[in-house]
Design a protein around this ligand. Structure first.
Ligand code: GTR
Length: 360
């Protein structure tokens, strides 16, 4: 019964097929999935997020401060400056790495935050649970403004008004440059780094995990439109709202899909599916109608056949979610928290539980 209700809801959305190449070949092997992923990446970049640079820069890191006894001596905290140069110029931004002392090679959260690095936020609670946290304040990477390609990494690769990267792409790319540092840091478990963000930063985290295969887990919390929520049949924010309020998050081509969601050559299960067969976690909140948690859940369901084709369990849900539901059995995790749009300790607790349970 419960499963049928999910299938019925998803069928109503009439989303484009994931497991078929553009020439109609069915995708039924891991090799063909790799081919399909390239197609999907191309569609997403061309029509939605803009093309994200793949080469043409050099990076250096400099430790700018170190605290041996953070949180009463429980953790080490270091601030590192990421310095990036291309033929066009130079940008830098800091991130903060906090590592618990009592764990050898801890798993890591790469956390794209709304808050300045000077705020303590949730870090102590996460490190107390045995995880390291690399935290970056998103506007340190690039301002959340319609500034063309003027500030931050956009200025290293200025583009055009059609298919060049928007700010979501810039923030995602900025996270990957921190990941470059984390993978060569021997005190961390570089094979188990989760990228995580909330809302607009959940959109950026999802995109980052879609473009960069080095993350073992991708967490998009209440990421809504342009994040994990399906556009087709969605409540709340839609393509036109995004293009009116935040056109610079996306590429110029995205505007042509306003009021034409049904014709989009993609839907957001494309972005989410690029995580497969790695772990993916989508979180929603019941009163977050603007993001629409049902449409986020349905994305988890829509990507499940990809996991299954790759021999993994996807979203292990036997019913449409109701308040407080937690689905942690498969490679696609989901929870529906009571309350409004927010990422707080209740969400973090479930992310950490999921990681411990799945060993990822
Ligand atoms: C809203 C926007 C959402 C979401 C949110 C946030 O104004 O409409 O897409 O990104 O901001 O980031 O908090």
């Amino acid at each position: 019964m419960g499963k049928e209700a999910i299938t019925k809801e998803l069928e109503k959305r009439r989303i484009p097929e994931l497991l078929r190449l553009s020439d109609n070949t069915p995708v039924d092997t891991p090799q063909l999935w790799e081919t399909r992923r390239k197609e999907i990446r191309d569609i997403l970049q061309k029509e939605c997020y803009g093309y994200i640079p793949e080469s043409g820069w050099e990076t250096e890191w400099e430790t700018v401060s170190e605290e041996e006894n953070a949180f009463g001596g429980k953790a080490r905290m270091r601030t590192v400056d990421v310095r990036i140069r291309s033929g066009r110029g130079y940008v830098s931004y800091p991130f903060q790495l906090t590592v618990p002392k009592n764990i050898e090679k801890p798993l890591v959260f790469l956390y794209l935050s709304f808050f300045p690095l000077s705020s303590a936020e949730i870090v102590e609670e996460i490190t107390d649970n045995g995880f390291a946290v690399a935290r970056v304040s998103y506007q340190d990477i690039a301002p959340d403004q319609n500034d063309g390609f003027q500030n931050g990494p956009g200025s290293l690769f200025p583009g055009n008004a059609y298919d060049s990267w928007g700010k979501l792409g810039v923030w995602a790319w900025g996270l990957s440059r921190i990941m470059d540092y984390l993978v060569q840091e021997e005190t961390l478990d570089a094979g188990r780094v989760a990228v995580v963000g909330h809302s607009r930063l959940g959109k950026a985290a999802l995109l980052c995990g879609a473009m960069d295969d080095r993350f073992s887990l991708v967490i998009a919390c209440e990421s809504g439109a342009g994040g994990a929520a399906l556009f087709r049949g969605k409540e709340g924010e839609n393509v036109a709202d995004l293009c009116r309020n935040f056109p610079y998050w996306f590429c110029g081509n995205f505007k042509k899909w306003q009021y034409r969601e049904e014709e989009l050559p993609l839907d957001q299960h494309f972005t989410a599916a690029l995580a497969a067969p790695r772990h993916l976690y989508l979180a929603g909140a019941v009163d977050d109608e603007w993001a629409d948690p049902l449409s986020e859940f349905l994305t988890g369901q829509a990507v499940t056949p990809v996991y299954e084709m790759l021999g993994q369990q996807g979203l292990a849900a036997d019913r449409l979610p109701s308040t407080g539901d937690v689905f942690h059995e498969g490679r696609v995790g989901f929870h529906l928290r009571p309350g409004t749009h927010y990422m707080g300790r209740d969400d973090w607790k479930l992310f950490m539980e999921y990681r411990k349970k799945q060993g990822v």
